[in-house]
Design a protein around this ligand. Sequence first.
Ligand code: ARG
Length: 396
Amino acid sequence: MKVVLAYSGGLDTSTILVLLKKKYNADVITVTVDVGQEDELRDVEERAYQLGASKHYTVDTKDVFVEEYIYSAIKANALYEGKYPLGTALARPLIAKKVAEIAIAEGADAVAHGCTGKGNDQIRFDVTLKAYLKPDIKIIAPVRELKLTRSENIKILTEYGFKVPESHKKYSIDENIWSRSIEGGELDDPYREPSEEVFSWTVSPEKAPDKPLYLDIEFEKGVPTKVNGVRLYGAKLIKLLNTDIGSHGYGRIDLIESRVIGLKSREVYEAPAALALIEAHQDLERMVLTPRELRFKRLVDEMWCDLVYQGLWIDPMMEHLNSVIDSINRFVSGTVRIKVYKGSLRIVGRTSPYSLYSQELIDYNRGWYPSDAEARGFITAHSFYALTAHKVRDKN
Ligand code: ARG
């Protein structure tokens, strides 16, 4: 049997590799998709061969991830349940698609992934794989099928001489350029404050510098293009913001999250760039969009978020939502100034060629709009239904 395994190099996928190879004697081809995780990918490749892979692919998809997935997320102000920027949820369909392509090219009998039965990722992998694989290629999820626990995985790997890093023993970590997620261990107690050791992209706000950080972020059609006047290419811009903003203690998220499968979970994330960019983008929208566009877009954005979270990237609704979101974003150009200080971020300025804000019109000392008569006329029509109903109902 020839199996193509989506291999991150972590605990679960390493265990699967060992099991497939040593227990089931399968020919295992590993695929690691580079979505900007900080792991040393050459080490991951080496580990794959050590644990028995017959062939390994490292696929660099950072640019596609940024341009086709993250840019759409920024344009949609994507924060699941108002807080989670969807890093993992966005990367899964891209990873699964690449793995499917390799499985077809390699003539594999099956594709394997490391998801458990409790999470959202199994949905995202299975749905995308079903969309792109040929029906005769099976999907196997050994951790879900064999109900493998993390401690069993550690045992199996140690038996085969694989050194499991300490951090992998305590937490389940998933990382890409958009967010870092930390789950499990003592974090499962939702009343307990996460210890400092779970964080690696952000310093604790208490230890952040005393001097605030000011950044001017420029957007063109909803997409960030410059920081402090310097044009930066997507992945570079996001990395820079993660480092600079994270070093000022901003970007931590602690969320009781509603998983698709019916379980609430306690999730800890780090996402300095994602949070800052979405906050800035949303601020610019408030300046350039009409109130109706803003209200409508809130609904569209929320639906976009839910579909991505629920693993339905391939749902045809996504195409419709994206075209509305792109259309509205044609006017989301301009610059937003942010101030980051000891774990907080504030928008302190914004400017746009499409601004609907007029400093001249809003000035109380300049009075040509609206005139007294215009204001009275407007208020009469505006309140007519309400005042009529108020009178009629008062009498009865
Ligand atoms: N709860 C998030 C999601 O479903 C993140 C899951 C990441 N997995 C992890 N092992 N930390 O998108």
